[in-house]
Design a protein around this ligand. Structure first.
Ligand SMILES: Nc1ncnc2c1ncn2[C@@H]1O[C@H](COP(=O)(O)OP(=O)(O)OP(=O)(O)O)[C@@H](O)[C@H]1O
Ligand SMILES: [Mg+2]
Length: 509
């Protein structure tokens, strides 16, 4: 799970408007489930969900065994809401009354296949591009999507930051939705004319069968490094889970072989990508301009060579861009569209520029670790002619050791640092700020900028904008794309980019 995943309210995900109902008997035989009440074999199913509160009339309610409760404990509620049938295991079946039950020893394993069947195999109507790996999934997805749009395709996007359907935006609650929600979403996308869906596929999603029943047009692997070892017993298990995306469920496979894990995924037919060493796709002549833009030469199969421009800073983004390039080329996107897509791409909340026609630069960045703060501010310094004005806070209920370090890095690299609140969660926000201020003020006067404290994040952003002069850079760091601020168990709507844009418009008036 991403380190900063916020507690979001589970709103009901969208459903397609046209579904051809399927008989429970047919669903049972599709996955070899035992059907109770054979006299009601014709009962029609027109939707699937695993949350009782989201049940619509005619749904198959998936009652899965969980760590704390059994989904079947909610079957009565689901049936009262109109569930037509229930999918569950032997233990769950004993708790269900009044509707036919599909009994399967591992209902989670077959849930994706059933949802795909009910929603008319939507993954065959849109091309699904799956991207997995420890880092770079979101970034690579946005790169791919940007080039697809440049090529005139109608795109969908499913990932950490948001879900997008042909330009319309939905908030994402999970990086990869549960299987019934995913197939419903793909069906909605198909209805709205989407041709290509770019999707981040997390290891949780693969292990928990959330992408079950999805045939991928193409699968991509970025890299693997230590992460999520709270979920996987060791690296080998983590790797084997990621490798599930390459078990034949994708028609084509593209793998970055810069690391040893990627090399293990290569088999005949795999398209390989490397920024160091040999591969089907390589990069040379990487250069970074004074303004932070990057350029490199991409070398592909059959002597294909072209230059790529990228507005995103950071060496790792060359690897992401090369991977995106290989994917796009394999799927028939022309070089010109690839180049235009990569040159334009912005990733929400990751060094995201906010431009309201002002005469200074404004940036929102997701950096919420000391090293990330340092890297982000160093990248900004390279292109600033004026001062750097930073707004930064630290989250509560998370690693406390990083607070003084983040304060220190920000104070060292800013001309003005405004220490503010991030997501205080259950903690006293003043105490979090005090820890950051201690680090900031520990930096000798001559090595640091002016340090201010404004707890209210909106007021802090407004103050930064009021201070800004031509050539300055305002950096609002820590929360990136997040759309809420969590205070004492309540998530209040809050967007750094929107707040910053609003403050800039006010000043310009
Ligand atoms: N190819 C890469 N190699 C190493 N680090 C990377 C790479 N791409 C991105 N990063 C780093 O990881 C951070 C997150 O990038 P991104 O959001 O694209 O990853 P992600 O795989 O979607 O992560 P998550 O699992 O949180 O959804 C970036 O800000 C950057 O610091
Ligand atoms: Mg992501």
């Amino acid at each position: 799970m991403p380190a900063k995943l916020e507690g979001k309210v589970a709103t009901a995900p969208p459903r397609p408007s046209r579904v051809q109902p399927v008989a429970v008997s047919e669903l049972a035989s599709t996955v070899d489930a035992h059907l109770t009440a054979p006299d009601r074999a014709h009962t029609a199913v027109s939707g699937v969900t695993l949350r009782a509160q989201h049940v619509r009339a005619g749904d198959l309610f998936a009652a899965l065994p969980g760590a704390r409760a059994h989904g079947a404990d909610f079957a009565e509620q689901a049936v009262a809401r109109g569930a037509a049938a229930v999918l569950t295991d032997e233990a769950g079946a004993a708790k269900v009354r009044d509707v036919p039950v599909l009994v399967h020893p591992n209902p989670r394993e077959v849930l994706g296949t059933l949802a795909a069947r009910v929603y008319g195999e939507p993954a065959t109507k849109v091309a699904v591009w799956g991207i997995t790996g420890t880092s770079g999934k979101t970034t690579t997805s946005y790169m791919v999507e940007s080039a697809l749009r440049a090529a005139g395709r109608t795109t969908g996007l499913i990932g950490t930051v948001e879900t997008r359907i042909a330009g319309e935006r939905l908030d994402s609650a999970l990086t990869t939705p549960e299987a019934p929600d995913l197939h419903a979403l793909l069906a909605v996308m198909a209805e709205r004319g989407v041709t290509d869906v770019t999707m981040e596929v997390s290891s949780h999603a693969l292990r928990l069968g959330r992408v079950g029943g999805v045939g991928f047009a193409v699968a991509a692997f970025t890299n693997l490094s230590q992460d999520h070892l709270d979920f996987h017993p060791d690296m080998e298990d983590y790797f084997q889970t990621k490798a599930l995306l390459f078990d034949g469920r994708a028609r084509r496979e593209v793998v970055c072989v810069d690391g040893e894990w990627g090399r293990r995924l290569v088999k005949p037919g795999t398209v390989t990508v490397a920024t160091t060493g040999d591969a089907d796709w390589t990069a040379s002549d990487i250069s970074v301009s004074a303004t932070g833009e990057q350029r490199f030469t991409a070398h592909g199969p059959d002597g294909l060579v072209f230059e790529v421009e990228l507005r995103l800073p950071g060496e790792f983004n060359v690897a992401n861009a090369l991977l995106a390039t290989a994917l796009l080329h394999l799927q028939g996107v022309d070089v010109e569209s690839i180049r235009r897509g990569l040159a334009d791409v912005q990733v929400p909340g990751r060094m995201q520029r906010v431009d309201e026609g002002q005469d200074f630069t404004a940036v929102v960045d997701y950096s919420h670790k000391p090293q990330a703060v340092a890297l982000a501010l160093a990248a900004v310094r390279a292109r600033a002619t004026g001062r750097i004005i930073t707004v930064l806070g630290c989250g509560g209920d998370r690693d406390t050791a990083k607070r003084p370090l983040m304060g220190e890095e920000a104070a060292r690299r800013s001309d003005v640092l405004i220490v503010t609140d991030d997501n205080p969660r259950s903690e006293d926000p003043a105490a979090i700020r005090a820890a950051m201020l201690a680090g900031a003020l520990n930096v000798p006067d001559e090595d640091r900028g002016q340090v201010l404290e404004i707890g209210d994040r909106r007021a802090a952003i407004e103050h930064a904008v009021n201070l800004a002069r031509p050539g300055d850079v305002v950096v609002v760091a820590g929360k990136g794309h997040e759309t809420g601020q969590e205070v004492a168990g309540v998530v209040h709507p809050f967007s750094d980019a929107d707040t910053l844009a609003h403050a800039i418009r006010e000043v310009r008036r």
